[in-house]
Write a protein that binds this ligand. Structure first.
Ligand code: NDP
Ligand code: 2IT
Length: 449
């Protein structure tokens, strides 16, 4: 695909001129512009009101210094970010990523995609994202706490339960969220739902930990059922072994699949008998160890160095759940050649543009990230509701709401694709369905942002 209209080519060129180095952001922008082209043909008022160029410019970008002291007494410094992209339909909402690769391009691509993902959930959530180029790996709990406290000491000026509500992402789990919540509470002297993914004893929602992984499988199940297929009897390959991957494993297994491979940034494990998610949970959440230690639990399994090799493992269903651009065209071709008929993106933008286009061309059931991994933020939205009404819901209640939201996202995306003449193309369908609600909200609110 390519951008066709002269108008959108100009809009893209303007962004590329000022943000030319932001490759990931430009990649995410290109995909959305290609998808919404037919909407602009039907709705010329969107052009007159500058809706697209306004959407491409974050409402606010905050970058800040994060000084902290390591265990040896040495003062260290990292760069923190929060990109408040769109508040058209609700307070800014989106996770925080702590990883050495974090830069403005990555935070902007994530924040931009979050606008449409959050719109798809049907909940009143705007789009934002943040993080820091801090590496929690190998740091002591005390170092992580000091970093989180310093990060929040600046971030607290810019967020609030009705303004901007962060959450976790890569490198930010319940430990980091707890430290950041504690610091916010101390600085503001108020107990509010300012961040989601909290411990369940202090305002966190049951099922938030599981939500993204479960949601990916609920969406995939709905998509497969519509095509007369299911997880039943399928071998499943899941990249990553973090929050999303672990619970995608649990749900895919419950739905009848066998998860035969998982990975981390060093390599992947292969176990044809099925990987028990509880072992990965113990390795990754309990011990913060490498996935290679799976062999201590299951000596008959295989470990292979290098994470991209995971896409050479033959499977029916592939769930990339690690990071952006982890699955390229060559891997996509190998997967399809070996019988893979369904791909659902648990991570954000894990497939390169070429890989994604190849899957769509080959009529693989393809679930794009904005739709497939929206269960995490949707459940964050449910956490915000529980915090506001000061009433926790049971695991079953949250899980059933999550399931219904994922089914709705599938049907709204599939319907939008059909309405715009590209039946079955959920990439275009999800982008259009997410976009329309935000665009309409911006029209109603006038030129205010
Ligand atoms: P975690 O930090 O819990 O786990 C990340 C996993 O991905 C780890 O196994 C990690 O390996 C691997 N990984 C990270 N970076 C790379 C890299 N550059 N190359 C190879 N492997 C890598 O993060 P999450 O599970 O929360 O997030 C995974 C993906 O899902 C991300 O794209 C995130 O944006 C997305 N997502 C997360 C949601 C959530 O609720 N948590 C919601 C929606 C999307 P290692 O341990 O070796 O670093
Ligand atoms: O990418 C994502 O949707 C997330 N990391 C979750 C965001 C959230 O606010 O729960």
């Amino acid at each position: 695909m390519a951008i066709k209209s002269a108008y959108l080519k100009d809009v893209y060129a303007d962004v590329a001129k000022i943000d030319g180095e932001q490759y990931e952001f430009l990649q995410a922008v290109r995909e959305v512009l290609e998808s919404v082209e037919p909407v602009l043909e039907r709705r010329p008022e969107l052009k007159k009101q500058g809706i697209i160029p306004r959407m491409l410019e974050p409402e606010r970008i905050i970058a800040f210094r994060v000084p902290w002291v390591d265990d040896s007494g040495q003062v260290r410094v990292n760069r923190g970010y929060r990109v408040q992209f769109s508040s058209a339909i609700g307070p800014y909402k989106g996770g925080l990523r702590f990883h050495p690769s974090v830069n403005l391009s990555i935070v902007k691509f994530l924040g931009f995609e979050q606008i449409f993902k959050n719109s798809l959930t049907g909940l009143p959530l705007g789009g934002g994202k943040g993080g820091a180029n801090f590496n929690p790996k190998g740091k002591s709990d005390e170092e992580v706490m000091r970093f989180c406290q310093s990060f929040m000491t600046e971030l607290q000026h810019h967020i609030g339960p009705d303004t901007d509500v962060p959450a976790g992402d890569i490198g930010v789990g319940s430990r980091e969220v707890g430290f950041m919540f504690g610091q916010y509470k101390r600085l503001h002297n108020e107990f509010t739902g300012v961040i989601t993914g909290k411990g369940t004893s202090f305002g966190g929602s049951l099922a938030r930990t599981e939500a993204t992984g479960y949601g990916v499988c609920y969406f995939t199940d709905e998509m497969l059922q519509a095509g007369g297929k299911s997880f039943q009897g399928q071998s499943v390959v899941i990249s990553g072994s973090g929050n999303v991957a672990i619970y995608a494993n649990q749900k895919a297994t419950e739905l009848g699949g066998t998860v035969i491979a998982m990975s981390d940034s060093n390599g992947y494990i292969y176990d044809p008998n099925g990987i028990d998610y509880k072992i990965i949970q113990e390795i990754k959440e309990g011990k913060r160890a490498r996935i290679s230690t799976y062999l201590d639990y299951v000596p008959s399994a295989k470990y292979v160095e290098g994470c991209s090799g995971i896409w050479t493992v033959p499977c029916g269903v592939a769930l990339p759940c690690a990071t952006q651009n982890e699955l390229d065209l060559e891997s996509a071709k190998t997967l399809v050649k070996q019988g893979c008929f369904a791909v659902a993106e648990g991570a954000n933008m894990p497939c390169t543009q070429e890989a994604m286009e190849y899957f769509v061309q080959q009529k693989v059931f393809f679930a794009p990230a904005k739709a497939a991994n929206a269960g995490g933020v949707a459940t964050s939205g449910l956490e915000m509701t529980q915090d506001s009404i000061r009433m926790p819901w049971s695991f079953e209640e949250v899980d059933s709401k999550l399931h219904e939201i994922m089914q709705n996202i599938y049907h709204n995306s599939a319907n939008a694709a059909a309405e715009y003449g590209v039946e079955g193309n959920l990439v275009v369908g999800a982008n259009i369905a997410g976009f329309l609600k935000v665009a309409d909200a911006m029209l109603w609110q006038g030129v205010c942002g």
